[in-house]
Design a binder for this molecule. Structure first.
Ligand code: FAD
Length: 534
């Protein structure tokens, strides 16, 4: 297979034009091109008048050696790199108890899959419900304001990213191609095929539900077992070794090999780990507000006259500003054509986040605009970050009217520090509803100051970003874990052997793809340790 980079075409080109560009680049007759596949596709919209598509193509040709020899000096043509996941091929060892995976978010799911593929028949435990039942609880909360603290946007099968845009980007480069393995598994479970090559792939909420169910079927088919509505409440420890866990209700599950993939919101579980002496530390994260603009404003900015073209879809943005206080403010989890959602998991708190469906057709664009905070702001005890998050989430709950409505404000009013009395041209997408107020009451003053400095700066990158009627909704506090569960190079907890913290909750990963990759690495490390031990 030959890899060709640097194929650039107008964004609205045809398939025939793509094929012609490949043939021209390889300088071969048409019949010598046996097949081609897209390895990477991205849009270059820096010059709005001439938006381009950039491709990396894999081509099968009849005389590969001849073509490579002829184009030996062309840096854009070479043998395609091997992108297959390097599987663990060592023989399964017999162990007294099955490995246990706590959490069925991306990290737990993919750890479970790797263990199941290696023949270890893992048991996957989750405090929440199977994804379809969970979906009903989430939509009921958004409709009737009744929060189920065990089945919500944060907890249940699929984990925190289930009600999301399903963005699958990561900056982590993985030599073992774990990212490719994850994307291929997602596609064979029902995700759209273009996630394999899109520069900014995403799945969307409705499709994610089916994908998660199909992955569950695969894991069970390979010998795995799922236990839903089973919260782990205690670790069974024998000095510095894990021997199992105690579930809510008192049942014990014995295991000497436990993956702990609990996500960033399992505050009671972090408290339990702290009580039981598991090594933890407080870690920085970011807090702020969700901003909503008309999607058409963002499209116009990013795509100019081509805005609205179906090939381009809803445009996104990524912004960052290094403020005079030293804190970075940045846009986080941008959801083109999406909605702001209620993402609380604790009673008496309001937490915002964002989601989109695959088509990204909603009228507003949203993203979180957040500022970095660190233990220097909230304290160095491992649980101080959680206390800090809770404080601002409770303030937002009170400010919203104590009924899970979110406090909301026009951007112009936020910058002036005065309460909003009525909405302008932008309508809020947040369900169950919003209360117009002054959001400056819901954040620490140093975060308010930093946001007020950064927002006008963003205007320099996106015209009309500070549209007076743009809406802010708050508070956004769950950007990443406030706690790190310390682990060594062997992925095991520094204080408890056999315990493998993984994913977002471990503090070593963030986002769907990077958490899933971290889950795979933890499972691989567990398998290697079993090989050495038994
Ligand atoms: C609304 C929303 C939108 C998001 N959008 C995106 C996006 O578009 N792209 C992206 O990359 N990232 C997104 N994220 C972040 C992403 O979802 C997380 O980074 C990712 O889910 C972390 O995976 P994880 O498996 O480590 O943890 P989680 O997905 O949080 O999963 C943890 C699991 O552990 C279970 N659990 C917790 N405690 C216990 C216990 N004591 N016993 C048993 N089970 C327990 C929970 O029920 C949960 O299922 C979004 C997050 C949210 C909330």
């Amino acid at each position: 297979m030959i890899q060709i980079t640097g194929i650039r075409l107008p964004f609205d080109h045809s398939d025939a034009e793509l094929q012609a560009a490949v043939i021209k680049k390889l300088n071969i007759p048409q019949q010598d091109l046996l097949s081609l596949s897209i390895a990477r596709k991205s849009f270059d919209a820096r010059r709005k008048g001439t938006i381009r598509c950039d491709y990396t193509i894999h081509a099968d040709v009849s005389d590969e050696q001849g073509v490579l020899k002829k184009l030996a000096n062309d840096q854009q043509v070479r043998v395609a790199p091997d992108t297959d996941y390097v599987r663990l091929t060592r023989k399964r060892k017999s162990i007294p108890y099955r490995p246990l995976v706590i959490g069925t978010g991306p990290a737990g799911l993919f750890a479970g899959l790797i263990l199941a593929e290696a023949g270890y028949s893992p048991v996957l435990v989750d405090r929440g419900k199977p994804v379809r039942e969970r979906t009903k609880d989430v939509y009921d909360f958004w409709k009737d304001c009744v929060l189920n603290t065990e089945s919500n946007v944060q907890f249940g099968e699929g984990g925190a990213g289930t009600f999301s845009d399903g963005k699958l980007q990561t900056r982590v480069k993985d030599r073992a191609n774990r990212d490719k393995k994850i994307l291929e598994e997602l596609v064979s479970a029902g995700a759209p095929e273009e996630i394999l090559y899109d520069y900014k792939p995403h799945i969307g909420t409705a499709k994610l539900v089916t994908v998660i169910e199909n992955l569950r079927k695969k894991i069970i088919g390979l010998g795995g077992e799922y236990r839903f509505q089973n919260r782990v409440e205690e670790l069974i420890l024998d000095r510095d070794r894990i021997r199992g866990v105690v579930l809510h209700g008192g049942e014990e599950i014995r295991s000497d090999h436990v993956i702990l993939a609990i996500g960033h919101s399992a505050r009671d579980t972090f408290e339990m780990l702290y009580r039981q002496g598991v090594s933890l530390e407080a870690k920085p994260f970011s807090i702020g507000l969700r901003i909503e603009h008309p999607q058409s404003l963002i499209d116009q900015n990013q795509y100019g006259q081509a805005a609205g073209h179906p090939r381009l879809g809803a445009a996104n943005y990524q912004l960052a500003h290094h403020s005079s206080s030293g804190r970075t403010v940045y846009s986080f989890c941008m959801c083109p054509g999406g909605s702001v959602i209620a993402a609380a998991s604790e009673r008496g708190t309001v937490v915002t986040n964002g989601m989109s469906q695959y088509a990204r057709l909603e009228i507003n664009a949203n993203s979180a605009i957040v500022a970095e905070v660190s233990p220097a702001d909230f304290g160095r005890n491992p649980l101080d970050g959680i206390r800090f998050q809770r404080l601002w989430e409770k303030k937002a709950y009170v400010q919203g009217g104590e009924n899970y409505y979110a406090p909301c404000q026009r951007l112009e009013d936020f910058l002036r520090g005065k309460s909003t009395k009525s909405l302008g041209t932008v309508m809020p997408s947040y369900k169950p509803g919003i209360t117009l107020t002054n959001l400056q009451e819901c954040l620490p003053p140093y975060v308010v100051d930093t946001l007020c400095e950064a927002l006008p700066e963003f205007e320099k990158k996106i015209e009309r970003f500070t549209l007076a009627d743009a809406l802010l909704t708050g508070v956004e506090t769950r950007t990443s874990s406030p706690v790190r569960i310390l682990r060594g190079k062997d992925f095991q907890s520094l204080s408890v052997r056999g315990l493998y913290p993984a994913g977002e909750g471990s503090g070593y990963a963030g986002g769907i793809l990077s958490s899933a990759m971290d889950g795979i690495k933890a499972a691989e490390a567990m398998i290697s340790s079993i090989q050495e031990e038994f």
